[in-house]
Design a protein around this ligand. Structure first.
Ligand code: NAP
Length: 275
């Protein structure tokens, strides 16, 4: 029997997930499929009926369904509730379980790209307080790393810091330079960096020499922030690995094999990003 998985979204043709999972299916010679399915918001309940019938082992959820599926799942991982989005569904005995693997993707990417990054004993500066920041804050909290959460709209940072709880202090982007000397990690979760846009007046030279800089924007792969950090001699990890690592738990759950994020897989997806 062929094990089937999917990614649903609307539109869906931009998704890189079929390429990632298709590579792993071929590599492990699994009798399975992973297809992109365009599901309009009005058709989501009917799609969940298909899921309960056992047609699929599970799949991914992307824009605009990541919040709407909450009401349709039979159970939800508490961390997905904290993050406020479901990106992975697993079907078992006609029941649909919703989870969020973005925080695992973020951690897996840094663990692979900068081993020991979480042992610096210093705070992280997280820039941006949008949807993606929620998963990053949950990830850093799970490793007991204190965070300065800086955002253009200060009130959004205040609200998010309260919602996630723990050792998070909120501030404005302009606070970066004063906080930099005490930071072990800098994470960009804003959309700055897409299409070559850059932060103004970030003094990366105020960071300690062993600080790590990571960006979750991955188009372009080397954002201006990462290029500046490299020029300053700092370690960097790009955002493509987060996308690849977030796919690992879903594939494991549906197909029963834990896949690796290999340089060959990265190269394949990198080549696809250029088109
Ligand atoms: P979002 O919810 O729209 O949040 C956008 C954030 O960027 C907000 O904090 C916003 O600040 C800030 N921002 C936008 N324009 C800005 C500007 N000109 N100056 C300063 N701040 C600005 O978006 P998201 O879903 O969090 O996604 C953010 C980025 O992460 C996207 O580029 C997305 O592609 C990427 N991402 C990557 C991965 C991965 O796997 N690597 C996963 C998820 C997302 P305000 O609150 O002030 O508006």
């Amino acid at each position: 029997m062929i094990i089937k998985a999917f990614v649903i979204g609307h539109p869906i043709n931009h998704s890189r997930s079929p390429l990632i999972h298709g590579n792993w299916l071929a590599q492990h010679a699994i009798a399975g499929s992973y297809e992109a399915i365009d599901v309009a918001p009005a058709d989501l309940p009917a799609f969940f009926q298909r899921l309960r019938s056992g047609e699929f082992a599970g799949g991914n959820v992307t824009i605009p369904h990541k919040e709407a599926v909450f009401a349709l799942c039979d159970s939800i991982d508490p961390l997905a509730t904290t993050i406020g989005a479901v990106n992975t569904l697993v079907v078992n005995n006609g029941q649909v379980h919703g989870t969020n693997t973005d925080y695992l993707g973020f951690l897996g990417n840094l663990d692979a790209g900068a081993p020991g990054w979480d042992r610096a004993g210093r705070a992280a500066i997280v820039m941006g307080a949008g949807g993606a920041a929620r998963a990053i804050l949950v990830a850093l909290k799970s490793r007991n790393i204190p965070v300065h959460l800086l955002n253009r709209t200060r009130s959004t940072a205040d609200k998010l810091a309260r919602e996630i709880g723990g050792a998070i202090t909120a501030g404005a982007l302009g606070d970066f330079n004063a906080l930099a000397p005490g930071a072990g990690l800098v994470v960009n979760t804003t959309s700055i960096g897409m299409h070559g846009t850059r932060f103004k007046d970030l003094a990366l030279d105020h960071l300690p020499d062993d600080a790590l800089v990571t960006d979750i924007v991955y188009v372009p792969l080397v954002t201006p922030l990462l290029a500046d950090a490299r020029a300053r001699g700092l370690r960097t990890v790009d955002g493509l690995g987060m996308l690849l690592h977030q796919a690992v738990p879903g594939f494991s759950a549906w197909f029963g094999v834990r896949p690796d994020v290999t340089p060959a897989l990265r190269a394949t997806i990198e080549a696809a990003l250029e088109h």
